[in-house]
Design a protein around this ligand. Structure first.
Ligand SMILES: C[S@@+](CC[C@H](N)C(=O)[O-])C[C@H]1O[C@@H](n2cnc3c(N)ncnc32)[C@H](O)[C@@H]1O
Length: 426
């Protein structure tokens, strides 16, 4: 019936009444409650498909579960990290609708899922069965805060993905508000960290903006724990920070101190950049300097910025920082395909100077630019203000589009402006 409900919704987009009438015609024996439930589930599946692709439209969803579910790329990445750590079975302590559990099992891991909400656990079991993975996944109802003291709970690897939305505050569209305070997540972040070293491997998912200090062990933490955090992005959107804390048997003194950081940019040509990679170790980055006309300026992917790996990226690609406090890089030519995903946007630099609207207007006219996008860092000049200052309206012969990038540079944060032409894909 959910499949039929999806068909009628697709046939009558934006018209739920007609969809409902069409469903009643196709399922004359269904009760009003059944029809309503099928349409609600079908519309969640359509939303899931628009977010995760058609892979997701055979699963059962809830509003909150859909908002919290991990993307397939993140889940696969997580499974690979566990496999690389030699893990064969994992306890998913907050399994929700089971997206991560399904990803782990599909990668060959045995999974024990724990979920405190009975109804969600039931949907998760049906999702696991839908994927034919029920021989590898068991889902139990309970609180993970109690489950960790169950005598027979496996202790090879645990995964925790705390609920980060406020169940008590709902927006007009029905969505729940995100909680910034990690102590209000469920389970709270301090509880997650208190589990470090209890299983051999503890993997967690956190909001990507979580403070770096919250990802490190406490100063008096166990010295045999290795910490590696990954920040993951896809399509220019920063998705999560995922710390993995691993107890190294007999490795006292050999475990690197501090937190190893890695940025992972998912996509067709994925990129990984780490604070411990060879690229990060070679030499020092050259002095930072503003871009020059003819060079290519780019905006690194947010996973690289958030992981604090912009200088490492500069070394790896032979580029330079524009300013040590600004996440912009300069390279002589557009990035090659193998590094393409490291940039959110790239611009061929056409003009550079102080924020002088007349000179900038002249540069626009010289390059045939009649419309500009505006972006920048370290200096707040609104789009409206820059467009107003440029006064480019009413010049139809200027057909090209450019970008004005404003930057507050140096100790006095003086503004420089860059006029760039968007580098088109090869
Ligand atoms: C962010 S969701 C997990 C999503 C899951 N990783 C996925 O991709 O489908 C968090 C889930 O943890 C559950 N949860 C919250 N606190 C819990 C607790 N103390 N014990 C067990 N489950 C809990 C919530 O009900 C919610 O379903």
């Amino acid at each position: 019936m959910v499949r039929l409900a999806r068909e009628v919704l697709a046939a009558h987009p934006g018209d739920p009444l007609r969809a409902r009438r069409a469903l009643d015609v196709r399922c004359p024996d269904a009760t009003p409650d059944q029809a309503r439930a099928a349409l609600a589930q079908a519309s969640l599946q359509l939303r899931a498909a628009s977010r995760f692709g058609t892979d997701a439209d055979d699963l059962l969803w809830s509003d909150a579960g859909l908002a919290a579910a991990s993307r397939p790329g993140c889940t696969q990445r997580r499974a690979r990290r566990l496999l690389a750590a030699g893990v064969t079975e994992v306890v998913d302590l907050t399994c929700g609708l089971g997206l991560d559990a399904i990803g782990f099992a599909a990668a060959g891991l045995n999974v024990l899922g724990v979920e405190r909400d009975d109804a969600i656990a039931d949907l998760a079991r049906r999702n696991v069965a839908q994927r034919g993975l029920d021989d590898r996944v068991t889902i139990l109802v309970g609180s993970c805060q109690e489950a960790v003291s169950w005598e027979h709970l496996p202790r090879q690897a645990w995964f925790v993905d705390p609920a980060r939305r406020d169940p008590g505050r709902v927006r007009a569209d029905g969505s729940h508000i995100r909680l910034d305070d990690a102590e209000r997540w469920s389970p709270p972040w301090s509880w997650v960290k208190a589990q470090i070293g209890v299983p051999q491997v503890l993997l967690a998912k956190a909001a990507p903006g979580i403070e770096h200090r919250l990802l490190a062990q406490s100063d008096d933490g166990d010295e045999s724990i290795d910490t590696e955090v990954e920040w993951v992005s896809e399509d220019g959107q920063l998705l999560e920070a995922a710390p993995l804390w691993r107890r190294q048997h007999g490795a006292m003194g050999c475990v690197p101190r501090g937190v190893r950081r890695r940025a992972v940019v998912l996509g067709r040509s994925p990129i990984e950049l780490g604070s411990g990679t060879a690229a990060a170790m070679i030499g020092q980055e050259g002095p930072a300097a503003p871009p020059e006309p003819g060079e290519v300026l780019f905006d690194p992917d947010p996973a690289i910025v958030r992981a604090g790996l912009v200088a490492e990226l500069a070394r790896a690609i032979g580029g330079r920082l524009v300013d040590e406090h600004l996440a912009y890089l300069v390279v002589p030519d557009p990035l090659p395909q193998s590094w393409r995903a490291a940039a959110r946007r790239q611009w061929r630099v056409l003009w550079v100077g102080g924020y002088r609207p007349e000179a900038m207007r002249e540069a626009c006219v010289d390059h045939g630019i009649g419309q500009v996008d505006v972006t920048g860092r370290g200096r707040s000049l609104t789009e409206d203000r820059v467009r107003r200052d440029l006064r480019l309206r009413g010049r139809p012969h200027l057909q090209r589009r450019g970008t004005v990038i404003t930057m507050g540079m140096g100790p006095r944060r003086s503004t420089i402006a860059v006029l760039g032409g968007i580098v088109t894909e090869a």
